[in-house]
Design a protein around this ligand. Structure first.
Ligand SMILES: NC(=O)c1ccc[n+]([C@@H]2O[C@H](COP(=O)([O-])OP(=O)(O)OC[C@H]3O[C@@H](n4cnc5c(N)ncnc54)[C@H](OP(=O)(O)O)[C@@H]3O)[C@@H](O)[C@H]2O)c1
Length: 317
């Protein structure tokens, strides 16, 4: 009791109360005051840092060490880009190479891949080519294994065979699923297996679509393939999270590429697209590339199992 009194007497308790803001029911203040009572600590000293910050975030530069800001630098990383010869994949390959990654360009036809690697070489960037077909899983996985370890996968290979759901043929269904789903699944697995065996972290990215989140006319098969892609992304993220292998998708709206040529060429389809996008324009390949660099780099180090929408607001409504 004497000890208690001695401590309390060392400070004027009214002074303690006076140091607190007017609202005495503030739970933070109520937690501080008893401690001051028992220890004789100066409440001003305890409250000052609390007053200088808002919910723990520093308000002054000298109050704390500044946070580390993210880097998009991919120097020293190796990236496999599948579907690199055209459209979004081509743009992604260029973005990854310019960010410092050593890029391997994959697709079924060699000539456009060589053309791209030559164009990159003119910028002083190195890229190797590999002919691969995602619908031939065994051959593709063998090639990925032989190519060695990749820190980054960017799979942009894909196709669409649009038709009303009542007119879908088994051929169209199988062709779309073979690449958009089965091929995507097993190329992601192939790169992950290399990382798992080496005990290394990595970032695996598939180009999905806004159509992996909403339906669209004459797109039942395409939507099914992309919804399934979203599903396996989340499950793989859980399986490989402990190994620090991240798995995410990028979900663009309509972007002008050879794949969407027919949609942009048809005035009715174009009108539909323009009406559905909130922003006042349709997308171009470079709209997708910030997301590619973000997900490939350490800037997204805490992001896995996610879908990054690049849809101009299509799915917001
Ligand atoms: N453009 C859009 O508006 C849009 C919107 C949302 C999502 N996406 C998705 O984004 C991805 C890329 O679309 P894009 O518009 O850039 O298409 P794109 O210009 O037609 O390019 C497709 C790329 O994939 C390759 N490819 C196709 N089948 C392949 C296979 N079986 N194995 C390996 N590579 C194959 C093609 O090269 P080869 O022919 O030489 O194999 C080409 O490099 C697709 O998954 C698509 O579903 C596109």
């Amino acid at each position: 009791m004497d000890y208690f009194k001695a401590r309390v007497n060392r400070r004027d308790f009214k002074g303690m109360i006076g140091a607190a803001p007017q609202n005495q029911t503030d739970p933070q203040i109520m937690r501080i005051l008893p401690a001051c009572w028992f220890t004789g600590a100066d409440p001003q000293a305890i409250l000052a840092p609390a007053k200088a910050s808002l919910h723990g975030y520093p308000m002054t530069a000298h109050a704390t060490t500044l946070p580390k800001t993210p880097t998009f630098d991919l120097g020293g990383r190796r990236a496999l880009v599948v579907g690199a010869s055209s459209g979004i994949g081509l743009g992604a390959a260029v973005a990854l190479a310019r960010a410092g990654a050593r890029v391997t360009l994959g697709a079924r036809h060699l000539a456009p891949l060589t053309q791209l690697s030559d164009a990159l070489a003119q910028e002083g960037l190195r890229a190797e080519t590999c002919v691969m077909d995602l619908s031939d899983v065994e051959d593709m996985q063998d090639k990925v294994r032989r190519l060695g370890l990749f820190d980054i996968l960017l799979n942009s290979a894909g196709l669409a065979r649009h038709a009303r759901a009542d007119l879908t043929t088994p051929d169209d269904f199988d062709a779309v699923m073979a690449v958009n789903l089965r091929g995507a699944y097993f190329v992601t697995q192939a790169v992950a297996n290399g990382l798992l065996a080496a005990g290394k972290p990595g970032s695996l990215i598939n180009i999905s679509s806004q159509m992996g989140h909403v339906g669209g006319p004459e797109r039942a098969v395409y939507c099914a393939s992309k919804f399934a892609l979203e599903g396996f992304t989340k499950a793989m993220a859980i399986d490989w999270g402990a190994a620090n292998i991240r798995v995410n998708t990028i979900c663009p709206t309509f972007i002008r590429t050879p794949l969407t040529e027919p949609t942009f060429a048809d005035p009715n389809s174009l009108k539909w697209v323009q009406e559905k996008i909130s922003l006042p324009r349709t997308g171009v390949v470079s709209d997708v590339l910030g997301a590619v660099l973000y997900l490939a780099s350490d800037a997204s180090g805490m992001v896995t199992g996610s879908a990054l929408m690049i849809d101009g607001g299509w799915t917001a409504g």
